[in-house]
Design a protein around this ligand. Structure first.
Ligand code: SF4
Length: 373
């Protein structure tokens, strides 16, 4: 397979989006976020392109303004805000970096890494925004225009940086000996913050294993859509089964979904307000029962009995001492899915992947989630 880091990343985000873009090759117009990111990247490329004199901030802003496209934004307010944000990002970049003092060896550096063996050989390509020569080694930098700043732990386990380093080492194989002198960094332009990390050779090899694993997952995938906050930026909403109904003309909708949704939401609201009221009545009754020292109240309509429900938890070590000799300990150990999900975010990518592979379908059911508006 001939693929790229960004294609593999798309598969991780949403397999269906991967199918639309990489297999069906369906083109979508550039979103405003893509346009904004691309323009910032091009401006920084101009800023750092070697010349007699490095461009001043004014020259960088001039390039940015001349290449601005107001058309991609929904309205003037949104467009003005985005433009001002780009200006602020460039001003901050110049405040913290002097382009004349950087020692850049390559910009938008294309790479290809060959992974796998024999019939299972694949090529993964990518583009490294910038490679700097530092005092004692190198720094690989990728610019980000996203709003969310990750934790250092996430940067230390970031797959993209490991793959970029693999690409760099392909070009400079001797540098494998000097990995402690090579920094890999993500520069978050909105925050003006650069988060850096280093990698060992083992981590680089692991990243290649992970890519092989992803390629294997792609070959077996049914490309199910994964709904997430990123759907807001997806250009395939009008064909995706998760969203396409939104784009259906009113007259084309076979059943009166508007009426059904309205009734469904109103019933859910009613259930909620009734549940809230039951809670209030329970509190009133509970106060009365305490005052009268009783646990049951009566009326012509019926009676309400108050009982005490106790839940217990066991001392883990004591229970283990009892059950282990009987070979029953393993049977009572249950994986707590919520706790597992909580720690997944901070696990190294390869561990997360291993955990994902250990997942088997237990049961399936459909749930109906209401999002108002
Ligand atoms: S809209 Fe969301 S679920 Fe559908 S393809 Fe795009 S990212 Fe995936």
């Amino acid at each position: 397979m001939n693929t790229s880091y960004s294609a593999l990343d798309t598969f991780l985000t949403c397999p269906r989006k991967y199918k639309y873009s990489q297999i069906d090759r369906i083109k979508t117009p550039k979103s405003k976020e893509q346009f904004f990111g691309t323009l910032l990247h091009s401006t920084l490329k101009i800023v750092h392109t070697p010349g007699i004199l490095s461009p001043t901030l004014e020259q960088a802003l001039d390039f940015y303004s001349k290449n601005w496209n107001a058309e991609v934004f929904a309205d003037e307010t949104e467009e003005r805000a985005a433009f001002a944000q780009g200006v602020a990002m460039l001003q901050d970049y110049y405040k913290k970096n002097d382009p004349a003092k950087t020692n850049i060896i390559d910009l938008e550096s294309r790479f290809q890494v060959e992974i796998g063996e024999n019939a299972e050989k694949h090529i993964v390509s990518g583009i490294i925004d910038r490679i700097d020569k530092t005092e004692d080694g190198y720094e690989i930098i990728d610019y980000k225009t996203t709003r969310k700043l990750p934790s250092q732990e996430k940067v230390d386990n970031d797959l993209q940086l490991s793959i970029y380093l693999a690409g760099f080492l392909k070009r400079y194989p001797k540098e494998k000996e000097n990995l402690d002198k090579i920094k890999v960094s993500l520069y978050y332009l909105k925050h003006g913050v650069k988060l850096s990390s280093r990698r060992t050779l083992d981590q680089v090899k692991q990243s290649e294993e992970l890519m092989l694993d992803l390629i294997d997952q792609i070959s077996r995938s049914k490309f199910e859509p994964t709904i997430s906050g990123l759907c807001d930026w997806c250009g395939y909403q009008n064909i995706c089964p998760m969203w396409k109904h939104k784009f259906k003309e009113k007259g084309q909708k076979d059943i009166d979904t508007a009426k059904i949704i309205e009734e469904y939401i109103s019933l859910k609201d009613e259930v909620k307000s009734k549940t809230d009221r039951i809670g209030e009545l329970q509190e009133i009754l509970s106060g009365y029962m305490d005052q009268e020292n009783i646990d049951q109240v009566f009326s012509d309509a019926g009676r309400i009995l108050r009982t005490l429900r106790k839940t217990y938890k066991y001392d883990k070590e004591k229970l283990r001492a009892i059950l282990e000799p009987l070979d029953k300990w393993e049977e009572v150990l249950k994986v707590d899915g919520v706790s597992l999900r909580n720690i997944l975010g901070v696990l190294p990518f390869e561990t997360k992947n291993e955990v994902e592979k250990a997942k088997v379908l237990d049961k399936e059911s459909k749930s109906y989630i209401v999002k108002k508006g």
